[in-house]
Design a protein around this ligand. Sequence first.
Ligand SMILES: Cc1cc2nc3c(=O)[nH]c(=O)nc-3n(C[C@H](O)[C@H](O)[C@H](O)COP(=O)(O)OP(=O)(O)OC[C@H]3O[C@@H](n4cnc5c(N)ncnc54)[C@H](O)[C@@H]3O)c2cc1C
Length: 409
Amino acid sequence: MNNRSVLISGAGIGGPTLAYWLHRYGFDVTVAERAPAPRSGGHAVDIRGTAREVARRTGIVPAVRAAHTGACGMAFVDEDNRWVAALGTDVFGHSGGPVAEMAILRTDLARILHDATRDDVEYLFGDPVASAEQDDDGVTVRFESGTSRRFDLLVGADGVRSTVRRLMFGPHERYLRDLGCYIALYSTTTDLEHDGWQLMYTMPAGGGRPGRTAGIYPRTAPGTGLAAFFLRSAPLAYDRHDVDEQKRIVTRAFEGDGWEIPQMLSTIGDASDFYFDRVVQVEVDGWSRGRTVLLGDAGYCASPMSGIGTSLALVGAYVLAGELATADGDHTRAYPAYADRMREFVRRAQEFARTQGDGGLMPQSRAQLRMRNLSVHLLPYLPRSLVGRGMERVAGAVELPDYAALAHR
Ligand SMILES: Cc1cc2nc3c(=O)[nH]c(=O)nc-3n(C[C@H](O)[C@H](O)[C@H](O)COP(=O)(O)OP(=O)(O)OC[C@H]3O[C@@H](n4cnc5c(N)ncnc54)[C@H](O)[C@@H]3O)c2cc1C
C-alpha cells in the first residue's frame, strides 16, 4: 500500500471516525488532539439520515443509544414558561426535527469513538500540530511539544478554526462565511420543569435591541441545564482569550429580559465551561492541497445552529477512509473521489443552514415571531409531503458506498 502512515489533527467526531476506518483498512494512524484528555459536558449533537448508517457500520449505535441526552424535542415558551409551540423529536421522522431522535452530547460521542479506537490508534492528547511542511514524498509535522515526525498523509479534522487549514490553505478569514450572529453556552442551575424538552424563549428585535433567544437544554442531573443564548449582531470587537469580556457581552445583551434569564445570568460569572463564538460557515475551494485534506467542520462546517454538522463529519470520515482504501492509499485519486462523493451533500447542508438554519430564533419583528410560532404550531398537522422535510432530505442527500470488502480487520 502507498501512503500508509496518516496523521489526523483533531479527536472530535470526524477524526476518530476516520481513524477507526483507516485502521480497519490497514493504515497506521496517529491522532493529535489539542485538549489534554477526552472532555465531558458541552452541547448536544444529532446523528441524522445517512450518518445513522455510518454509526451502525462503525458499531457504535448501542453506546450512542445508552448515552442519549434524554431530549424529546424543542418547546418555545412565553415569559411565564407556558408552551407556545413545540416540535418533538419524532415530528418529521427520526432525522427531520430540530432535535433528532439520535441525540448525544458531542463529548460523549467523541469518547465513544475514542474508546472504539484507543487500542489500535496512537493518540497524542495535549500535543497539537504546530507547523507542517509537505513535499513530494510526505509531510513533516512539528508538534507543540517540539517533537518532529514524518507522515505520508495529513488530515485536518480540527474544527472550524482548523490549524491544519491555516497552515496549509491560508488564513481563516479566507474561508469563514459570517452568518450574522453569536452563540453562547454554559452549564447553569435551574428550577424550571423541562421534562426532557429544550425550552426556548425568543424576543423579537425592537427598541434598538436585536432579535434574540435564550434557552435551557435539559441535563440529566436534577436542577441543572445548559444555558444557551442566540444573538443577532454585527461583528463585535473583543479579545478571543478574554472570557470575562465575552461574559459581559452576553450579560449586556440579555440584561432586563424576563423568563429564566435573570437566573441564567446570575450563574454566568462562575461558569467554567463558557463558550462564545460567532456563527460561521466554512467554505473551501477544494478540500485538499497535496498530501493534506480537510474533514468535517474544518473543511465544510454548515453552522453550529444547523444540526447537520455531526452528520457531515461522520459521513465525510467514512467516505474519505473508504476512498483512500479503494485507491490503495494513493491520495491523488482518493482525495478527488472523496470530494466528488461529498460535494452535493455539503452544498445542500450549507444552503439549508444559510436559509433555514437559524430556526427563527432571532426574529426581526413581533410579527415575524408570531409567524414563527404559528408555523411551528401548524407544522405537525400539515401533510409530510408539504412541509418539514427539508432537513430530512438534506440528511439523506448522499449515497454511502459499501467499502466492506476492503476491510481487513
Ligand atoms: C455551540 C455548538 C452547538 C452545536 N450544536 C449542534 C447540534 O445541535 N447538532 C449537530 O449535529 N451539530 C451541532 N454542532 C456542530 C458539531 O459540534 C460539529 O459539526 C461536529 O462536532 C464536527 O465534528 P468535527 O470532528 O469536524 O469537529 P469537532 O467536533 O469540533 O472536533 C475538532 C477537534 O479538534 C480539536 N482541535 C482544535 N484545534 C486543534 C489543533 N490545533 N490540533 C489538534 N486538535 C485540535 C478540538 O479540540 C476538537 O476536539 C454544534 C456546534 C457548536 C459549536
